[in-house]
Design a protein around this ligand. Structure first.
Ligand code: GLA
Length: 396
């Protein structure tokens, strides 16, 4: 076993130690798979639009080894729970976390990949329910680890797609491709613009001198998220069908203009119109935001973030009072470039760009206000942009 990275984080070491304790042996493989932030382009991925995510310094660490039988022995280090099953009979576990792993095994099998029995221990530091995609990280960790363990030779995009499908089919959330893509393809100090229609992607340097990504965690767990998420998806599809009656060539909201929405959707269904117009506008915002970034106009980039929040809150209606409060409180404050809710919505974090020296004062002001107004504790994370899923150790 050789280390392929210079340092292995203490979390990875703890996962590896647990693996030794439970399963013994030295021949295990360890992978790191990160969570993600998304700078702009929210709820656009499943509408074949653009997103601008990055992998971050919070990750899932997973150690795996082969077994001689068909059994699956899974251990969640953080929850101190274990699950035993068989690769021959994959059924929903009834308690959530194993399903992300089982779903990936099922999708590997659907691709004709013969997954054998394996032992697995995983843990990490992506806060659950905070909109940083701990589930995508777990799926990508599993896909990457099993691909290497069994020598399937799958390329990263195939692993992304099968991880997304695992969540769609086994977990039942109709998520788009962004989270799994960002977790797998992340690159240190870069954001990635992904065209969710063609799956072409471009890395943009994101090393803004003196400015940090500050995540304000509302501490609201997004329980509504999966049902409302699926509803939003259906509403967008309903809008596309209305436009298709006049323009059958249209395949998704990516092909639709605001004028078409005004002409064919607004007169029929005001709610569907609002949902769809948000998506079309968000794609346009992302385009100008990336142009701002290339020009180095970070102030203009920040304004697009506020525009995105406004749309998500008022038109797409996936925000909540806590997220609106947090964005309202940072707006116009000294050293704040921009902010908005991030991810699926109904809780989780806001993402903010803040000048380094303004962060402490900002947090000191908002945290007590948040406690007083919302009766909840604010958690704060500074996001660093890191590489995507990778192996920490090689089997030798
Ligand atoms: C969740 C989904 C993603 C994406 C975002 C919203 O994170 O998993 O696919 O749709 O919500 O942008």
């Amino acid at each position: 076993m050789t280390l392929t990275m210079q340092t292995t984080s203490s979390l990875a070491l703890r996962v590896q130690e647990k693996f030794q304790d439970v399963f013994g042996g030295r021949d295990h493989l360890t992978v790191r798979s990160p969570g993600r932030v998304n700078l702009i382009g929210e709820h656009t991925d499943y509408n074949h639009g653009f997103v601008l995510p990055a992998a971050i310094n919070k990750a899932v660490y997973m150690a795996v080894s082969r077994r001689a039988d068909d059994e699956l022995h899974l251990v969640s280090f953080d929850l101190d729970r274990s699950y035993t099953g068989s690769v021959k009979r994959l059924e929903p576990s009834g308690y959530h976390w194993p399903d992300y792993i089982l779903g990936v095994v099922q999708q590997l099998q659907a691709l004709g990949k013969p997954v054998g029995g394996f032992n697995c221990v995983f843990g990490g530091d992506i806060p659950l329910g905070s909109g940083m995609s701990s589930s995508a990280a777990l799926e990508c960790a599993t896909a990457f680890a099993l691909n290497q363990l069994f020598g399937f030779d799958l390329d990263p995009m195939t692993m992304v797609k099968l991880s997304q499908k695992a969540e769609n089919v086994f977990v039942g959330v109709q998520c788009g491709i962004m989270d799994q893509f960002a977790s797998m393809f992340g690159r240190k100090d870069h954001v990635i613009r992904l065209d969710c229609q063609s799956l072409e992607y471009t890395y943009f340097p994101f090393k803004t001198e003196g400015i940090r990504i500050v995540l304000l965690d509302s501490n609201v767990k997004h329980s509504l998220a999966s049902s409302e998420y699926n509803t939003r998806r259906q509403q967008c599809e309903a809008g596309v069908r209305l436009v298709q009656q006049q323009h059958p060539e249209v395949r998704s909201l990516r092909d639709v203009s605001l004028e078409q929405l005004q002409a064919y959707v607004a007169p029929v269904d005001e709610l569907i119109y609002r949902r769809c117009s948000y998506v079309v506008e968000e794609n346009a915002r992302l385009q100008s935001a990336t142009a701002d970034l290339l020009r180095g106009d970070i102030a203009a980039f920040g304004r697009e973030l506020y525009g995105s929040h406004e749309g998500l809150s008022k038109k797409y209606e996936v925000s909540c009072p806590e997220l609106d409060f947090l964005v309202g409180q940072v707006r116009g404050q000294q050293g704040v470039i921009g902010g908005r809710m991030m991810g699926g919505g109904f809780g989780g974090c806001t993402i903010n760009l803040v000048e380094e020296e303004a962060i402490d004062a900002l947090v000191e002001r908002i945290a007590p206000l948040y406690r007083k107004t919302m009766n909840k504790e604010l958690k704060v994370y500074i996001g660093q942009i890191e590489n995507g899923t990778s192996a920490l150790t090689d089997l030798r």
